[in-house]
Write a protein that binds this ligand. Structure first.
Ligand SMILES: [Zn+2]
Ligand SMILES: [Zn+2]
Length: 137
């Protein structure tokens, strides 16, 4: 039986699922998220590694050192190029960060906070959620 949340890339080659209801759901305006997503911000959330099941396909992982100095792997579908999740974060051991847009039902998860709002572009309106200038602490 599938887990509560199912997700995947745009073409369906990479599929994964998890049961955890995400509590840390961030809209992140940092430069890394801008560059990696190609958009103004990225929306993502943490899922415990031991609940995260890759059920189909083999994402291509690109290793990257973030501004913070922490290392991480960005995982993309090798067929369609969609970014699906981030893993092996030295700053957050035991967590996988899932890109909200990869969910089959992205409306099932809503953001809880905005972070790196110091990088938020002037044309973006506040979501009215708790805001953090940098990383929440
Ligand atoms: Zn794909
Ligand atoms: Zn970010």
């Amino acid at each position: 039986m599938a887990k509560k949340y199912t997700a995947g890339c745009a073409c369906g080659a990479v599929r994964f699922e998890f049961n955890t209801d995400p509590d840390f759901v961030a809209v992140c305006h940092c430069l890394d998220c801008k560059k990696a997503s190609g958009g103004e911000a990225a929306t993502w959330f943490g899922v415990p590694e031991n609940d995260f099941s890759l059920t189909q396909g083999k994402p291509t992982a690109y290793s990257y050192v973030a501004d913070s100095g922490g290392k991480l792997d960005r995982n993309f579908c090798p067929t369609c190029g969609a970014r699906v999740y981030t893993s092996n974060l030295t700053s957050f051991p035991g967590l996988v960060f899932v890109q909200l847009g990869s969910l089959d039902r992205p409306g099932a998860v809503t953001p809880k906070l905005e972070m790196f709002v110091k990088r938020r572009l002037p044309w973006v309106r506040s979501l009215g959620l708790p805001e953090f200038s940098d990383m929440p602490h």
